[in-house]
Design a protein around this ligand. Structure first.
Ligand code: B16
Ligand code: MG
Length: 223
């Protein structure tokens, strides 16, 4: 029977909804370039690295700029994003996230963060939950972006666990693919239609508090 020994959490979309702040900052950048950036466009940026996000945004606006201009634009966007995050606090965590992290700690499950964000440490600090993680692997710690499994493999290694006893909690399709490529079980956070390949899906971590007892069994039947 499968028993989860390590839980690896994505940040944006699983622990906290920072996507809305990313959106505001990207929209502001696009406006500066003279085009509109919609919420539908923003969906394509979830789980994607900052520089790849910029490429997608420029593609959507049919703009082409030099590498140096890209560095400047990405830095500008990040400064605005950090400005929006100044008001972020623990009560902004997604439903059940704090309670589920606490629950896992009480059950002795090792907990790691596996996020594409280079602002992960800052965000955990704002939320006051750094202490709940045994390891934090973020955008600064990896060279290959999801769907490459590097971020999750490093998280499992940092927990001193084999990937096969770890469960990844992820809201992006690229993240689901990364977890599977790393040989881990994956719980999709969001709609199953958008997260094919996930071993099971929940709408938010609050659901995990109710499913916790059945989870090992459900994941077991997924081989
Ligand atoms: P940053 P996650 C990702 O976080 C976001 O989903 C994605 O929209 C963002 O572009 C990426 O982090 C990089 O973020 O600009 O803060 O380095 O979902 O992997 O936790
Ligand atoms: Mg995410």
């Amino acid at each position: 029977m499968f028993t989860m020994q390590g839980a690896i959490f994505d940040l944006d979309g699983v622990i906290v909804d920072t996507a809305k702040y990313h959106f505001l900052a990207w929209k502001r950048l696009a406006a500066g370039f003279g085009f509109d950036f919609t919420e539908a466009d923003n969906e394509r940026l979830k789980g994607v690295s900052r520089m790849r996000s910029l490429d997608i945004l420029l593609e959507a606006g049919r703009r082409s700029i030099s590498e140096t201009e890209k560095e400047v634009a990405a830095a500008k966007k990040n400064a605005w994003y950090l400005e929006y995050l100044e008001t972020l606090k623990q009560t902004d965590m997604l439903p059940g996230a704090l309670e589920y992290l606490d629950y896992l700690k009480n059950w002795g499950v090792r907990v790691a963060l596996g996020s594409a964000s280079k602002n992960a440490a800052f965000i955990l600090g704002r939320l006051g939950i750094h202490g709940l993680f045994d390891a934090v692997i973020d955008g600064d710690a990896v060279s290959a972006a999801k769907p490459d499994p590097e971020v999750f493999l490093k998280a499992a290694a940092a927990l001193s666990l084999s990937p096969s006893v770890c469960v990844v909690f992820e809201d992006s399709f690229a993240g689901v693919q990364a977890a599977k490529a790393g040989g881990m079980k994956v719980v999709g956070v969001g709609s199953p239609e958008l997260l094919p390949g996930a071993d099971m899906c929940v709408s938010c971590l609050k659901e995990m508090l109710f499913k916790a007892r059945d989870m090992n069994h459900t994941l077991d039947s997924h081989g």
